[in-house]
Design a protein around this ligand. Structure first.
Ligand SMILES: [Zn+2]
Length: 314
């Protein structure tokens, strides 16, 4: 036994000295596929990325897995959405990961919301009666391209801090992403322009940054209050309002039960449209990076507007 334990360090030392001059890629773990995609854009082959929640899962409620702890244990950088989105599942995982670098407040814990434009920051007291209100503002902020740009820049700065020798590489990758995003933004804005002011209903408050970007008008939610499942009285009220306002679109997320929105759609004459709230979150369509996320949502929404004969301001 003793001989083996003596041999191991020697073997390890040998392996280290034989390693190529290039450092191993930084292990970046993001809580969502959106943040993972942005880290990939900026980090290129200097990072090895992973995500915990998948895009088709409700990011408020993710089932923790032992594999998450292993990923967190070996992470060189953890990127979180923050604003309490992951409060129901992430803190115990970070605790159990035994990685002091990625504890909240530590150097390798990056809260992406610090770079983003945050909407719906509540003023005044928050009570339970308000539902599952996020006290630090709406955490679904990645659904605006401008916030994607800001987050990518924040990641660029952090990666450069961790690996100063690669700062030029990260800066160049960010500049390239910024340019592709700017080109795509023009395309998305042009496609959405005819529907400015259009009245829509959404299931959850997942889309305030998205609707702000394209000037859509959310007049109601399928949830009576954030995080609270549909109730018959609210559903009836919403259906009546939608008929009165001639609302033709109900946007839902893939992880919510479509029974109530479908019933509201039937009764009000509106179309139910499932958008991708995250990278990896489209049913039957490959939405595998941040730009594709907007490509898909804009295309799907424009098709729905056209199918309902809807115009902006209608
Ligand atoms: Zn939410």
């Amino acid at each position: 036994m003793k001989k083996i334990t003596l041999v191991l360090p020697i073997l390890l030392a040998g392996a280290l000295s034989a390693a190529p001059a290039h450092a191993a890629p930084l292990k970046v773990v993001a809580t969502t596929q959106d943040l993972e995609s942005l880290a990939k854009e900026v980090g290129g082959d200097k990072v090895q990325t992973d995500s915990l929640a998948k895009g088709y899962q409700d990011p408020h409620q993710v089932e923790p897995k032992p594999s998450f702890i292993l990923k967190l244990h070996s992470a060189d950088l953890l990127i979180v959405v923050g604003r309490e989105l992951e409060i129901g599942w992430l803190p115990p995982l970070i605790n159990q990961a035994r990685n002091t670098q990625i504890q909240p407040g530590a150097d390798r814990y990056l809260d992406a919301s610090n770079f983003a434009h945050i909407l719906e920051i509540p003023t005044g007291q928050i009570t339970r009666a308000m539902g599952d209100v996020h006290p630090q503002g709406n955490p679904h902020y990645w659904l605006s391209p401008e916030n994607g740009r800001r987050i990518a820049q924040g990641i660029q700065k952090k990666l450069s801090e961790i690996s100063p020798a690669d700062a030029g590489y990260f800066a160049q990758r960010y500049a390239d992403f910024d340019k592709r995003l700017a080109d795509a933004e023009k395309k998305w804005a042009a496609a959405m322009a005819p529907y400015k002011g259009a009245k829509i209903v959404t299931y959850h408050r997942s889309w305030p940054n998205f609707v702000e970007t394209y000037g859509l008008n959310v007049v109601g939610y399928v949830e009576p209050k954030p995080g609270i499942p549909p109730s018959p009285s609210h559903t009836l009220e919403l259906t009546q309002e939608m008929k009165k306002d001639n609302v033709k679109i109900i946007i839902i997320e893939p992880y919510f039960d479509s029974k109530t929105p479908n019933a509201i759609g039937r009764d009000s004459g509106a179309q139910v449209v499932t958008l991708a709230p995250s990278v990896g979150g489209a049913k039957g369509a490959p939405v595998s990076d941040y730009l594709q996320l907007f490509d898909y949502n804009v295309k799907t929404l424009v098709a729905a507007f056209q199918a309902t004969g809807m115009k902006g301001g209608a």
